[in-house]
Design a protein around this ligand. Structure first.
Ligand code: CA
Length: 296
């Protein structure tokens, strides 16, 4: 077996909102875990509350990290979070930098999501449509936790309101004031490479007509959903992946922010159906090599 991705510390993958480890047989990190393991990495996908605040999810992640350190004998972990999983990982690293060698944000709304802002303004929780939307999300969450087969632990609490607030620009701004580690000082800039001994990285994609809406994405409904959601963006209109803006995703060393990947493509969803010329798995493998080179 190759050792090119054999990082010193385990790679711990943290999912986003409505995330999972495995629905029946279907994994969240489609094709990614096996690719990393082929390169010699120890990879562990974790589950946290699919619908809750970054702080509640972050506390759950800390409990899981402590277990992983005990089980593997490793001194630290490398956290890789997709979407809200990035903020969840940032929380854990801010609280226990001694347990975390690196935090990598993959399409993380590190400065909030304009989609969440749009829903907050147009469908507030106390409006009739807002209540319907909350009910639909609650039902999807319940169905997904029923189908989850990769998670074995206590029942995870659900708080849809907190989940939504955690992703708005205002909600993330509050979070950032308490947990600023790795954030850029200027809009669109890079953040610090290392804070409190933790290395910070990010990458993200954007919708690119002619690329992201072509190839195998022609058969993926989630790409159409991203294109619809992208219409809610104002500040980063034309520069988002459907759920997160290009600059909003910046954290630490920005590896890239214009990969032709929508918010689902970036974790090789659905079923590896991505746009023309897109290689989301390669980004994970290359990043493991980068972490290995950095000695973590
Ligand atoms: Ca796709």
């Amino acid at each position: 077996m190759s050792q090119e991705s054999a990082t010193r510390y385990p790679l711990v993958l943290v999912p986003g909102m409505l995330g999972f480890i495995r629905l029946v047989l279907y994994p969240y990190w489609y094709g990614i875990i096996s690719a990393l393991r082929r390169g010699g990495a120890t990879v562990i996908a974790v589950q946290v509350s699919p619908l809750n605040s970054c702080e509640v999810r972050g506390e759950q992640l800390l409990i899981r990290i402590e277990e992983i350190l005990r089980e593997t004998g490793a001194a630290k972990v490398n956290l890789i979070g997709h979407s809200q999983g990035a903020l969840t990982a940032r929380y854990a690293a801010a609280k226990r930098p001694d347990w975390v060698a690196s935090v990598t944000s993959v399409a993380g709304p590190n400065h909030g999501s304009e989609l969440a802002d749009y829903l907050h303004i147009h469908y507030p929780g106390n409006s009739p449509l807002g209540r319907v939307l909350t009910l639909v999300v609650r039902m999807i969450g319940a169905l997904m936790s029923f189908l989850e087969t990769g998670y074995r632990g206590p029942k995870l609490p659900v708080d849809i309101h907190a989940s939504h607030q955690s992703l708005t620009s205002a909600g993330v701004a509050l979070f950032n004031r308490q947990y600023p580690q790795g954030l850029p000082d200027t809009w669109g800039g890079h953040g610090a490479e290392v804070v409190n001994g933790v290395r910070y990285y990010s990458w993200s994609g954007t919708l690119q007509p002619g690329k992201t809406d072509r190839g195998r994405n022609l058969f993926d409904g989630t790409n159409r959903t991203c294109r619809l959601f992208a219409k809610t963006f104002v500040h980063e209109a034309g520069h988002c992946d459907g759920m997160v803006g290009r600059y909003s995703s910046h954290l630490g060393t920005v590896i890239g922010d214009e990969y032709p990947l929508d918010h689902f493509d970036i974790v090789n969803q659905s079923l590896g159906l991505v746009g023309k010329g897109a290689e989301p798995i390669r980004l994970f493998v290359e990043h493991a090599q980068r972490l290995k080179m950095a000695g973590v």
